[in-house]
Design a protein around this ligand. Structure first.
Ligand code: UP5
Ligand code: MG
Length: 199
């Protein structure tokens, strides 16, 4: 039996839109594997002996997007490991990627033919709500980018670099948008409508 090709959903939205929170709920109900590009980068940053630790930290603090060669190698390895363990686990939520043109090109170059992107799940949320959620979380998260200065940069990067990626997918009918400013349960109710149909 041949291993099934990975089926990928990209999960995008501004900082603090609730990507990670909703992905955890999707995993519970629909059996996806959640891969947060940001979490993978933070883990690599903290790995003893990593040659990229300092670079990753400076990009994250400045709300800049890490060169795709680093991110894609982490994502590809995580997908391979998941499917090596259980070849039927081929449904992935890739959270927080692709964030810019460099990311998208890197994905297309490395993953074309290897994985299928079904759609983009977009958590739509005002900048103000995004910032407030991250500042609130910053009281206990220990994340070096949950502060006012970094958040201004993260929002700017989202608007300038990530929105155009979402728009590209929108043009080919591949975006499913959820109003992410509502309560956690209301947002998940919207998510379930999408996944019950095509997840
Ligand atoms: N919360 C969640 N949902 C809520 C709701 N409905 N109502 C009220 N509160 C809600 O949630 C954020 C906070 O809000 C939490 O406290 C939560 O309880 C609450 P979370 O689910 O964590 O939101 P999420 O969208 O995942 O926010 P996150 O901060 O993770 O988003 P970012 O996109 O900013 O962060 P990420 O980790 O993806 O990336 C960080 C950095 O890594 C980037 O800025 C970049 O520098 C780098 N990066 C790359 O360079 N390349 C990549 O490919 C990915 C990341
Ligand atoms: Mg997250």
């Amino acid at each position: 039996v041949h291993a099934m090709k990975p089926q990928v959903l990209f999960v995008l939205g501004g900082p603090g839109a609730g990507k990670g929170t909703q992905c955890a709920k999707i995993v519970e109900k629909y059996g996806y594997t959640h891969l947060s590009a940001g979490d993978l980068l933070r883990a690599e940053r903290g790995r003893p002996g990593s040659q990229y630790g300092e670079l990753i930290e400076s990009y994250i603090r400045d709300g800049k997007i890490v060169p795709v060669k680093i991110t894609i190698s982490l994502l590809e390895r995580a997908m391979d490991e998941t499917m090596k363990e259980n070849s039927e686990k081929n449904k992935f939520l890739i959270d927080g990627f692709p964030r810019n043109e460099d990311n998208l090109q890197g994905w297309n170059t490395n993953m074309d033919g290897k994985a299928e992107v079904k759609f983009v799940l977009f958590f739509d949320c005002s900048n103000e709500v995004c910032i407030n959620r991250c500042l609130e979380r910053g009281k206990s998260s220990g994340r070096s980018d949950d502060n006012k200065e970094s958040l201004e940069k993260r929002i700017k990067t989202f608007l300038e670099s990530t929105r155009p990626i979402i728009e590209q997918y929108q043009k080919v009918g591949k975006v499913r948008t959820v109003d992410a400013s509502k309560s956690l349960d209301e947002v998940f109710a919207e998510v379930q409508k999408i996944f019950d149909k095509e997840g």
